[in-house]
Design a protein around this ligand. Structure first.
Ligand code: GRF
Length: 205
């Protein structure tokens, strides 16, 4: 079976939705490790409660290069069976840009969830960006991670209609609900080897 590593920085609600789906035996993958770059990430406790091993590799104050930090993550993933041959890495609110070396090592094996319909509104505060722009629809995207910022091939998207009285908070909440559906779904597709990447496109069988 494949081994899953999840990287978080905070709340970890997407991580939780994935781990719960695995627990319900909906996804054939072994939840090997949850790694946080922040010692106080709330998601760490959630993972522990669900019986998943956790690890903190603090990024604050780290003196080396981006790759030197990522190397520590790669080592921890590898030690826990999340290898470049038998692993899947999910970024779930992991607030760091990962190095090209890390991406290359786990080519097409790193997923991310973004709270907008990419390529619209990449980067931070996407829900606010959508409201400020006056979009009528937004949503969320699960995609493979490449060396760019939120630019890798799209796997699943879910559309959310923006209401006239939406605030950043209300819109984020409705988008998050969809995130919790599509992220486990994408992990499941990956675990069942149903995703093929062809250039910028993914083909789901
Ligand atoms: C989510 O909105 C996700 O789309 C974005 O960061 C947020 C993380 O939330 N990448 P959580 O930690 O999964 O609750």
């Amino acid at each position: 079976m494949l081994n899953l590593g999840i990287l978080i920085s905070g709340r970890g609600s997407n991580m939780e939705s994935i781990l719960k789906s695995i627990k319900k035996k909906r996804i054939p993958i072994n939840p090997a490790i949850v790694i946080s770059n922040k010692p106080n990430a709330k998601g760490l406790k959630v993972a522990e409660k669900l019986g998943v091993k956790t690890l903190v590799i603090e990024s604050k104050g780290f003196k080396g290069s981006r790759w030197q930090y990522d190397k520590k993550i790669v080592e921890a993933l590898t030690e826990n069976g999340v290898t470049s041959r038998n692993g899947l890495v999910c970024l779930a609110g992991f607030m760091r840009i990962i190095s090209p070396e890390f991406v290359k090592k786990y080519k097409n094996r790193i997923l991310n969830i973004h709270p907008a319909l990419l390529p619209a509104f990449p980067g931070l505060d996407s829900q606010k960006q959508a409201l400020d722009y006056g979009s009528k629809y937004s949503g969320c995207t699960v995609h493979f991670v490449d060396a760019g910022m939120d630019t890798g091939p799209v796997i699943i998207q879910s559309v959310v209609k923006i209401k006239e009285n939406d605030t950043e908070e209300t819109l984020s909440k409705r988008i998050l609900k969809e995130e919790h559906k599509i992220y486990p779904e994408a992990v499941n597709l990956f675990a069942r080897k149903k995703i093929k990447v062809s250039g910028r496109r993914t083909i789901i069988s």
